[in-house]
Design a protein around this ligand. Structure first.
Ligand code: ADP
Ligand code: MG
Length: 691
């Protein structure tokens, strides 16, 4: 296999553009890509023609505008290149207009009421900063999706806006240090966790098929306590899947780099090489799609749900985030000279301020019914947002705030920002705090709260905009300073002191931290609706308005959609559970108990005591009685859901979920006593320890 040759072979990338486009056209497209300048119409025609030629050469027959509606998944509507010309001949055609603008019938995508009040239709617009690619013989054109009145209806557009916002402020900040760059990009590496289970088991479980997770299931005799799966040797069947996945991703220009087993049985991870935020987001969406598809081919089902199995580690998506200039300088790299160190400290301080001031937005960006099973449970980051900087950088920060000498490994000195050199920070993996939701890992931050099924756009919109805002405040202050170094020193000291409460190096899973965080005034929104209701708080709508990322109206629509999505997810789970209990679990258990009852009768008729038959029969019957009542109560509770999205969300969290948990307990109890041959669905041990 020739990887370099295969890599990106299905992508209309820079190399192809350079080969196929006239120099002037290429240059003008570059200006659009690098500086976000609008694209000329005649340029679009030429690019479209080249794209079509290239795509047809690769076997494509169709094209589609590929976009990311607010459901978080990707959407596409295929059109063929086929056209009939004036003479009735069939030709393959693709115009600049078709490339740059599309009109999908978008009426059934969620809009949170935005479209209803304005024009019913929406349109898609080409995002030339993300390369077009071929998938399933279709040329896919990454696009943004808006309404005709300009309100955004997707996840991509706000991401692009937030990238512009942070670029603008970071460019300003760099010029304070005498560096003049054209653009600063947020860079993302999204590590993707997932489960692979046998397709046969998957097909037999209504809960997995309809909700992505098991709603019932007693723990297997063996779980993950032996820790023998993490980085363990990979099953040959899984290895074959990974090889296939790599190949398909590479063709799409996705830099799949690392693949390994994760903590839980059947759990795995894929990490790509980082890229600019918008490209990384597209790549992650494609990665999830490819994982599902390729799993099918190998007789697997790929589970991207945050918590497919209770009592077993859930899946997240670590969002590694940094800032990079168009010249490739990583602004979160501490650097080696006093000046670079000072610049690093300014950016670091901006991130600390941003995460503290907008901790609620970060929490909201990862809120979903699925992720509620992870956050705050004892295996994933807590629902409290805090930053881990490690002992060494922590000591640097302490010494800046307290004005005391820094005691490093080799020397002890005062840290004067701008004149002294920072101690070399160790970039040691073992030093990392796995319990922290937001960890500095040497030259980037790793945000560990996003769920495995999430579109990472939302998280990065929040992060980019919040950091842009902090940088804006800093620049406003420092641009007018008489003595730059003195002002910089004062600002960093003051801001670090002010936001010190968000720094936490200890164990994020501990009960003490919850108390301590409360004392520090950090928010701790345990459930999705508790977090979501803060989305449109004035400080948040003001933030996004200031940086032209969202209008207040767009935010209100997004809130509505998120509440509704949550409420619907729980609703579907509850209804699925009722069906499984009534039509599978109860009938099977009752059949078993009636077998026992018959056995009691037969044995007693010949004068044999049937003590265990009787006892077991009574136990199963009693559990069934309680379970039937619970299923009825759950049904009533679901039927009593209020209309309004916010009320319905709280009804789901406060009432439906607790009832589901109670029903599950009863069902799981039955599972441990009912004859295996009667049990109607594959159990945890069967699913997790497949051969
Ligand atoms: P690990 O966290 O497993 O030790 P790495 O630190 O090498 O692994 O990288 C984890 C992820 O972070 C990878 O996807 C990598 O590409 C990404 N990453 C590395 N540097 C950056 C950066 N400057 N910006 C964004 N992501 C980055
Ligand atoms: Mg990592």
């Amino acid at each position: 296999m020739n990887v370099p040759e295969m890599f990106g072979s299905m992508v209309f990338n820079d190399y192809v553009m350079r080969e196929m486009l006239p120099k002037k056209v290429y240059q003008s497209l570059q200006n659009t890509i690098v500086e976000g300048k609008a694209l000329d119409e005649d340029v679009a025609d030429i690019v479209a023609a080249a794209m079509k030629e290239w795509a047809i050469g690769k076997g494509a027959t169709h094209f589609t505008h590929w976009f990311q509606p607010m459901t978080g998944i990707t959407a596409e509507k295929h059109d063929s290149f086929l056209t009939v010309d004036k003479n009735g001949c069939v030709i393959m055609d693709f115009s600049g207009k078709e490339l740059t603008k599309g009109e999908p019938d978008a009426s059934s995508f969620p809009s949170g009421g935005l479209r209803a009040t304005f024009e019913a239709r929406g349109y898609t617009a080409w995002d030339p900063t993300s390369y077009a690619f071929i998938k399933d013989d279709t040329l896919c054109i990454p696009t943004a999706f808006c309404s005709y009145t300009g309100q955004i209806l997707d996840k991509k557009t706000p991401l692009l806006r937030s990238m512009d916002a942070i670029s603008k402020e970071a460019v300003r900040a760099l010029s304070l240090f005498g560096k003049h760059v054209r653009r600063v990009n947020a860079t993302i590496g999204a590590e993707q966790e997932y489960f692979l289970i046998d397709k046969n088991d998957y097909s037999k479980r209504l809960d997995l098929r309809l909700t992505g997770r098991t709603l019932i299931g007693a723990p297997a005799a063996k779980g993950q306590e032996m820790e023998d799966h993490y980085f363990g040797s990979i099953r040959p069947r899984v290895k074959a899947f990974m090889a296939d996945l790599d190949e398909e991703l590479w063709k799409l220009g996705i830099t799949s780099k690392t693949e390994h087993n994760e903590v839980a049985p059947c759990q795995h991870e894929m990490a790509p090489i980082f890229d600019n935020a918008n490209k990384a987001t597209d790549a992650n969406q494609l990665t999830m799609e490819m994982m599902r598809k390729i799993a099918e081919k190998h007789g697997f089902a790929c589970l991207l749900h945050e918590k497919p199995f209770e009592g077993i580690n859930g899946s997240g998506k670590h969002n590694n985030w940094a800032l990079s200039t168009d010249e490739g300088e990583n602004l979160l790299d501490p650097g080696k000279t006093p000046k670079d160190n000072a610049q690093f400290l300014l950016f670091l301080t901006a991130v600390i301020k941003a995460v503290d001031e907008y901790q609620d937005l970060l929490r909201i960006s990862v809120a979903s019914a699925g992720n509620d099973h992870r956050l705050g449970a004892n295996e994933a980051p807590p629902a409290i947002v805090s930053i881990f900087v490690g002992d060494e950088l922590g000591a640097v920060i302490d010494s800046i705030i307290d004005g005391t000498p820094f005691r490093g490994r080799t020397s002890s000195s005062r840290l004067d920002i701008g004149t002294s050199v920072l101690p070399k920070l160790a970039r040691d993996n073992s030093d990392r705090n796995r319990t922290s939701p937001f960890a500095f890992t040497g030259n980037k931050f790793e945000f560990r709260m996003p769920g495995s099924s999430f579109n990472i756009a939302c998280t990065n919109v929040m992060l980019n905009t919040a950091v842009a805002d902090a940088l804006k405040d800093f620049c406003d202050e420092l641009e007018g300073a008489d003595d730059f170094n003195a002002s910089l020193n004062a600002l960093i000291k003051r801001e670090l002191e002010k936001h010190r409460r968000i720094l936490f190096n200890g164990n994020g899973y501990s009960k003490e931290w919850e108390k301590e965080a409360e004392r520090r005034g950090l928010s701790n929104y345990k459930r999705t609706p508790d977090a979501l209701v803060h989305y449109c708080d004035v400080k948040n709508t003001e933030l996004f308005r200031r940086h032209k990322v969202y209008t207040e109206e767009e935010m209100e629509s997004r809130l509505e959609i998120s509440l509704d999505e949550y409420q619907k997810a729980i609703h579907i789970e509850a209804v699925t559970m009722i069906e499984m209990l009534r039509r599978q679990i109860l009938p099977a258990s009752l059949r078993f108990s009636s077998t026992l009852a018959s056995s009691v009768q037969v044995k007693e008729s010949i004068g044999v005591a049937a003590v265990s038959d009787k006892a077991l029969c009574a136990k199963v019957s009693a559990l069934c009685d309680s379970l039937l009542l619970k299923a009825d109560a759950l049904e009533e509770c679901v039927a009593a859901s209020p209309e309004e999205a916010r009320d319905a969300a709280f009804h789901a969290a406060d009432r439906i979920i607790p009832l589901m948990e109670e029903a599950r307990k009863l069902s799981d109890c039955l599972e441990t006593v009912v004859d295996k041959s009667f049990w109607p669905v594959p159990t945890y041990s069967e699913i997790l320890f497949y051969v």
